[in-house]
Ligand binder design. Sequence first.
Ligand code: SAM
Length: 402
Amino acid sequence: MFLRKIQSSLQRLKSIRPVVTARRNNTQRKGYVPYGQTGCGNYGLTFSPQTVQLMNPVKDKLLKLVPGIPFNEHVFNIGDYGTGDGATSMTFLKELLDILKERHGSERQFQVIYEDQSLNDFNSLFRRLSGVIPDPPPYLLNMDNVFAFATGVHFYKQCVPSDSMHYIMCMIAAHWLSKTPVLYKESLCIYPDSSAEEKKALRDQSLSDWETFLLMRSRELKRGGILAVSLTCEYVDETIGRISFTLQNLVFLMTHLWREYRDTGKITNKEFINTNIAYCHYNMEDLKAPFENNTSAVWQSGLRLVSSDVVINNDVFYSAWKEKKDLEGVDDRDGFVRAYVAAHRNWSNSIFMDGLSDDRSREDKLKIVDDFYVDMQERIASMNPDAFRDDFCLNYLIIVKE
Ligand SMILES: C[S@@+](CC[C@H](N)C(=O)[O-])C[C@H]1O[C@@H](n2cnc3c(N)ncnc32)[C@H](O)[C@@H]1O
């Protein structure tokens, strides 16, 4: 019902086509601050049932390719960029290190460099690596000659010395832009009915950021080194024959609810305009473009595309709800909604906190945002999960440095 309301109001907005003057925002975004108490491993606890599954489309390919990377030096360097609290990659890295050790000998040395921005919850990462948070089991405890480090330098800069990395992965992170490209006036991020100026600002920023991201990784990689990236996308959903983007239903719902907060005076219009999601749903053509032009800076730097795939992954929270309903006859909507919202609050909470005016006290901001997520839960609970279901489409690229 609510979903239909969102879709029909979108349709109405489309037909009105308001002329919105976009204001360029030159300020650095305040940052993606993970939700939850530092050190408690909230990200992995609530989101990793989904994020681990999102690695599956490239996992086997990488376990085959990475051991073939030329390795004649003393130390094999692995990077996990935009790592979060390290929960998603832990089991994959154990498998990869097992294979690499078998291939190169257990006396060879391996470094894992965890990268994320400075505001990341590195405390949880270290607690996971040392086993204080024991699940998933950390590979570091039982492996000799494996060393782990972290850097808080963001990935639009060079993060490690040139020509030092054998393998870098960056899973569901590189769609976060270096800054908010524009203050979206009527939405939180790009919307089907966004103005031409808003669309252009996002496009310019995202193409420039993608190029910068690739050029930085190119400097860091050794010849023969591999870069694996997954990021959110714009894609054609063949089941409905329309262009969609990752987590569209969730983001439409967030936008509608935040508009209601504005329209009922819970937040000001200025706060609404200041609330922006600084990401881009890249379409695969744009991501591939630098690899298809031999005069591009990316091509000239030696990066070549090995594979590119757009994959619709199941929403694990929906699937768990459906399985319980079909197999046990239990319609646990509350369980579904709680797990779903807890998972997605990780990446979205700071967006709403950042939008609120600094004239408000921290307590006031926390209350507004807490109420917002309670309202979100209630709205989703009132919908049929089959209609709300948001499968998780991602772009996957594997790239080699020649
Ligand atoms: C959705 S999480 C992904 C975490 C993990 N890679 C995974 O697959 O579950 C996105 C991560 O990207 C990080 N991130 C966002 N912008 C970044 C930047 N400019 N540089 C480095 N990391 C960034 C966030 O801090 C966050 O940890």
